[in-house]
Each structure stands twice: as structure tokens, then as C-alpha cells.
Design a protein around this ligand. Sequence first.
Ligand code: GUN
Length: 294
Amino acid sequence: MTTILDGKVASAAYKQVITEEVSQLVAKGKRPPHLAAILVGNDGASETYVASKEKNCAQVGFNSTLLRFDESISETQLLEEIDKINKNDDIDGLIVQLPLPKHINPDKMTDAILPSKDVDGFHTFNAGQLSKNMDTFIPATPYGIVKLLMHYGISTKGKHAVVVGRSMIVGRPMSILLSSSNSDYGNATVTLAHRYTDNLADITKQADIIVVAVGIPLFLKADMIKEGAVVIDVGITRVPDETKKRGFRLDGDADYDKMFDKCEAITPVPGGVGLMTILGLLDNTLKAYKAKHE
Ligand code: GUN
């Protein structure tokens, strides 16, 4: 029997805990945690993510602020906006939604965020702390994934985990977490595969756990995994589909239907990793708030 790693179920359980913690803070007369998001331009997928982040903040009792800017905004102007939020004591966490327009350097923006407010964990300082196994903000998607594995009691110790995709948002931090000495989600033997990996299928077929984050619909095929693998699908791509009311469907990076019976466990798309990512962000925002208030 294949287990569906349901992000809705797992994130609801974790969100319940956050909601209770926030209501206790508010009952004591304290202000709730506050997350701010910067959105530049009007990329469709980014709009969806940011709307979902706002909705989830409201659900757990956080305050949230969305700052929208036209895609013509300059780097200097955006740096000034980030600085304003850095100096605003009523805001605990700030994210700059990626991707940004081509004329804006994303590293420059994420490194302008105060590390103590960098709830995405993208600042060079926080990324360095993560690589040293120090307590820090863990990027939301890999953080959500390890929480999903923990919720379903999937052990990583001694397992061979193959991460496909080496982005700074998902693959790279994911490989660091799974190979870390953390007894809850680490101690795996990790292979980090990417676009130049030779004979990828030979490697993925050896994996006990596969995290696929390449952004190519149905990239991971059923014949690329072994019987009993755990598959974590990070991809979510809009694929034109006239049979759907909104004109597109959402496909993951894994060929879910064809590999389902072969897997010990698998995440659905949508309803898997995406919901856990938002949870990771909420958790980091609460962490930023507590660091300031306790
Ligand atoms: N774009 C895609 N994923 C993310 C994320 O986790 N954080 C931000 N800021 N932008 C993203």
C-alpha cells in the first residue's frame, strides 16, 4: 500500500500548534507575529504563492503586509524599501518573492534583508549557518519537506537520499539538511544530482528517498525509481489544458500516476510540498518573533 504524503493533513496539524501559540500571545496582550512580502511585477505563479502566504498568515493569526512594486523599480529603490522594513520593529520577517526582473540582482536583495528577519533563509549569513549545522532559518521548502517526512514517521538515518536539482531555494539546502547530523531528519547518505549528472536513472534507481526539484513536468519516470522508494515532488508547473476550466493543469516533476504503485510513499501535486513550504515560512516567522520577544 502506497502512502500519500498529504501536505494538507500534515500542515493542518502543525498549523494548529502555531495557532494556539499565537492565541496565547495575544491573550497576554502581545502583538501577533508579522510577515511582510515584497512582490515585484505580476508573475502569475508568484501572485498565487503570495496570496496563499497571506491567507495562511490570517489562518494562524499572524499579521501580514504585501508590498507591491512595478517591475520598473530600480535596485536602489528596492534596497530602500527593504531598509525601511529592516528598521520597522512591528515587522518580524521579510521575504522578497523570486523571481525578480532581470535588472535586479536577487542575491543583492536577499543579502540586504536583516539576517534576523530573513525568514526565507536566503541571506548568505543564514545559508552559512545552515551549512555549519547551526540553528538558523531553514529555507521554507526543504524545511517543509523534512517536517512532512517527520509527520509521516519516515526515517532518513542511513538511507540513500537522491536530491535532483541544486537550486539555492530547494536542492542545495535540502542536501545539507538530509546529510546533517540531525537525528530527526538527517544522517542520510546524500547524492545531489543536477543537469550535468551522467546516467541519472542509474543513480535515482538506487535511492530510498528521492527529492525532485527541477521544474520539468513529469521529469522523473516510473522506470527511474526502485520498488519501495519515497518520492518527494517539489515541482508545480502550469501546463496548458483545454479540458480544465482555468485553461491549465498543475503537473509535478514526477510521473505520479505511473509510479504510484511502485512507491512506498509519494507527495501529490498539488496538495503536497507546496502547503508544507508555507508552513515552513510560518514557523520561521514565529521563530523570528520569539527571538526578538523572549
Ligand atoms: N520563489 C519560489 N519559491 C520561493 C521561496 O520559497 N521564497 C521566495 N522568496 N521566492 C520563491
